[in-house]
Design a protein around this ligand. Sequence first.
Ligand code: ADP
Ligand code: ASP
Ligand code: MG
Length: 458
Amino acid sequence: MIVMKFGGTSVANFEAITRAIFIIGGRLDKKPVVVVSALSKVTDLLYRISDAAASRNVAETKQLMNELRSRHVNLASDLLEQSPALRENAVGRVNAICDTLEELVNAVCAVGELSDRNKAIIISNGELLSSTIICFVMNAKGIRTNFIDARKMMITSNEYLKAEPDVNEIISRVPGMIDESFKGMDAVITQGFIGSNHSGEQTVLGRGGSDYSASLIGMAIDAERIEIWTDVDGVRSADPRKVENTKYLEKISFEEAAEMAHFGAKVLHPLTIEPAVKKNIPIYVLNSMNPSGKGTAILRNELIEDGVKSVSFKENIRVINIFSMKMINTSGFLRRVFEIFSESRVSVDLISTSEANISVTVDASEKIDKVVEQLSEFADVIVDDDKSQVSVIGKNIVRLNGMLKKTFAPLKRTNVYMISQGASFVNISFVVDREELTEVVKDLHYHLFEVEEELEQF
Ligand code: ADP
Ligand code: ASP
Ligand code: MG
């Protein structure tokens, strides 16, 4: 079996879905488990619906709900034009999903209060709608496809909006459900991103979480491979939206991919790699608009060469500086500091320490008020906003001769605030002012990837 995950842009509209189904049709001999995201921008729309309802904006809520409904109803009717019976059925299902959602949204609008629990239910609808439509269309095109409700097998913790998967429960449920669904079928389809807690309440895995769902399912069924179908020709040496001449990477290691995703490369959800590594399942990042391309293979460390692979960045981070004279010669100080971060579930990226100071970086989206308040009880705390984090990533780069010089030489005129070399030799990271980010990333990419290529041409 293989897992094939299609992201939002790969199922955005009539053409994209037609292409995706063509790609799936070419792999039926591999027994594909198809995992889909919501149609492009639909999860954002559902967030807007939640916000409008929570602020009791009746007119806006209604208008956005209509937008959601008509986009899906129109798409289902267009895609199933040739199969009137299926078309009627599909449009009926889409309307039923939208009706149930609308009831909840109206109730939220009436009270003007939105719990995380209800918000998770609202934003799960994108994946439910897309998978419903695509399942009908696959069947209409002759691919016998069964629908699996991911909420019955992707069991998670109780954090409704950023739930942690219960891996043991997933391993015990997924293979049986998938085997059962495959009986007499060519393919099965399920939703990325969504799941439910042990009491059956809906949860989601956090933004971009469909990659993570695909990888968890792949692990649970011992898939031969996990394919992540997206809108770029694989993983590249930097985000092509930021840097012009990015380089295509034919293969990278699990570790490199995990570091890239963790340090900002949006092409994969940061936790995607972990389940695949457990079973050593290769992940392929492929372009649904160019399906004959080779994509990027993410493989075992031993199969990958040393050397720099990528410049990744996190655009909006904060540096929290913690000063305390008490830190000098006091054991247990660092433990207390990190306990505070962990109790508030704030995740720390980079750390540097000196005798009386600790600096850490956190994503700007983390809620740090409580952390700062608790740290201030025993230390002076200064928070620097508007910073960005840049990471140079590649197998064993920290051990390569001259790598530090190569990394920092292009930054002559830039203030560099924190420098950290990962203990795993894969990562050199540092912090710069946010306004300098674009130039720093472009310069660095040029020096690490483009200069040598230019010289080779002479
Ligand atoms: P999907 O909807 O398929 O999950 P995403 O938008 O989440 O797609 O991820 C794909 C995008 O990731 C690409 O369009 C690209 O702009 C961005 N990206 C960021 N860093 C990289 C990188 N190093 N290589 C390739 N794409 C990257
Ligand atoms: N639809 C979800 C999101 O937009 C999950 C995903 O696409 O991976 O965040
Ligand atoms: Mg994504």
